[in-house]
Design a binder for this molecule. Structure first.
Ligand code: PLP
Length: 252
């Protein structure tokens, strides 16, 4: 069979049996934006909305093989990366990205579930920074992930967020979207930071409801809009709007 020329987003991440997060959310999000997905599963998790009870890692070679097969089969226009459970898996993903430098990759640096269970081995965090981030078009940490990734206290002021963001940018991603959704206040502000550019702020009213998998949805939606050849800023704006609408539905 010839290459499937429909634009696809390659999703690299873990499954979540509850359907609240992970690849189920990614596929749902990307298809709602009108694109197809292909898949490289990195981990199988057993979860309810309250707890993660088991995590099974897939072998790094199997993850890389899935990615290469997906790339051979389809026209992949963007790559969305979520849960990467171990350093060797991160290195395998980085190797495939470096073979495909023209495809933009969006990394959601998932470190833990909202129920508090770590989803990445602690020693993998340095590997993620050193070997994977420099290959990414965008990395989307929330404030807790920003603190862990920079070995710092949680940023409270806008100044601290920008200082830690600039520090993480030095690890080499082309841009960062720092998600302020878990901070306090009536508005929820995300900040897009790129080297040598003024920060761009995306501000939304804070909604009462909460929902799992919003990080997965946001990064997937950004990847889908990048795959449609939108600019990074326009992709983030469109993706934020979509997540906002989903949160509105959930809190209605
Ligand atoms: N499980 C998997 C497989 C994920 O990829 C993620 C986030 O990306 C989570 C759990 C965490 O999601 P939540 O914060 O909604 O618990």
């Amino acid at each position: 069979m010839a290459l499937n020329r429909d634009p696809h987003v390659l999703v690299v991440g873990g499954s979540d049996s509850s359907g609240g997060a992970g690849i189920a959310r990614d596929i749902e999000t990307i298809s709602s934006i009108g694109l197809r997905t292909c898949l490289a599963v990195t981990a199988v998790t057993v979860q309810t909305h309250q707890a993660v009870t088991a995590i099974h890692h897939l072998q790094p070679g199997l993850v890389a093989d899935q990615m290469r097969a997906a790339l051979r089969t389809n026209e992949v226009s963007a790559i969305k990366i979520g849960m990467l459970p171990a350093g060797r898996v991160i290195l395998a993903v980085a190797a495939v990205l470096s073979e495909n430098p023209r495809i933009p990759a969006v990394l959601d640096p998932v470190l833990a579930s909202s129920s508090g269970r770590p989803l990445v081995e602690p020693n993998a965090i340095d590997v993620m920074k050193r070997d994977l981030m420099p290959l990414c078009r965008l990395v989307t940490p929330n404030l807790v992930e920003l603190a862990v990734l920079t070995g710092s206290e949680l940023a409270v002021s806008d100044e601290d967020v920008l200082r830690l963001g600039r520090r993480l940018l030095a690890a080499g991603p082309q841009a960062l979207l720092i998600k302020g959704g878990h901070a306090a206040g009536a508005r929820s502000t995300d900040i897009l930071l790129s080297p040598n550019r003024e920060p761009v702020r995306f501000d939304m009213p804070r909604l009462a409801g909460s929902m799992r998998g919003t990080g997965c949805m946001l990064a997937s939606a950004i990847a889908a809009h990048l795959a449609k050849a939108k600019s990074l800023e326009d992709s983030v704006r469109a993706a934020k709007q979509r997540v906002f609408e989903k949160l509105m539905e959930a809190s209605a």
